[in-house]
Design a protein around this ligand. Structure first.
Ligand code: ATP
Length: 197
């Protein structure tokens, strides 16, 4: 499982998904756009836009499927609920949870994180750029649970930065096409996403 707000999905997300399928030899990688995460201060773009962009970004990748369940779930959406549902649907399967290191650094703030690290193997990609959280990587977690590093070149791209560039008018269509998959760039332009009303 690879969860994210995907607002919008960008080139590092796609590279991470490819790396995970190959390096972990996954049967399937589920891309799970999150509902409004309790810890994100800003309102996310509408679920239908994030789902459509995720499908455009990931659907062509071998072994990858977009799963809309968290977008359809009313109320707060927790990763552990999705992992438990996946465990029930796939008895005996080994679950992996894919994330960037910024997310892992804050994992102790996640709902029922102890259960989460017990039922899924956490796979972590390094993340370029300044620290995105005050939380520090806790080596204790590393000692008591299996953690798998994912090999991925550092990619200094973030959805926040992409939204800012579009909002300020700094991103040309060519810039955008470098930062996000091309069909996602076209979708953003067609729906005028991230442009102040
Ligand atoms: P935002 O800037 O809005 O917080 P984001 O770029 O971090 O967005 P998310 O959808 O929140 O994107 O991220 C989903 C997952 O992808 C997270 O686990 C995050 O750590 C990881 N990720 C995002 N960008 C990168 C990157 N450049 N390198 C490695 N991992 C990344």
């Amino acid at each position: 499982m690879f969860g994210g707000s995907f607002d919008p999905p960008h080139s590092a997300h796609v590279a991470l998904a490819r790396a995970a399928v190959t390096q972990l030899q996954l049967d399937v990688l589920l891309i799970v756009p999150t509902g409004q995460a309790w810890y994100k201060e800003r309102a996310l773009s509408a679920p239908e836009h994030r789902l459509a962009m995720s499908q455009l970004a990931f659907d062509g990748l071998e072994g990858v499927q977009v799963d809309a369940r968290e977008l359809q779930r009313p109320g707060p959406s927790f990763t552990i609920d999705t992992l438990e549902a996946l465990q029930a649907e796939n008895p005996g399967a080994q679950l992996y949870l894919i994330m960037g290191k910024d997310q892992f650094a804050a994992i102790k703030s996640w709902h029922r994180w102890q259960d989460l690290v017990r039922i899924a193997i956490i796979c972590i990609a390094e993340r370029a750029g300044p620290a995105r959280t005050e939380a520090v990587f806790d080596p204790q977690i590393q000692l008591s649970h299996p953690l798998v590093p994912l090999q991925l070149p550092l990619m200094p791209v973030s959805a926040t930065d992409i939204r800012r560039q579009i909002m300020s008018g700094a991103a040309t269509p060519q810039d955008l096409a470098r930062l996000v998959p091309e069909p996602v760039a076209r979708y953003i332009e067609r729906h005028r996403l991230y442009i102040p009303a």
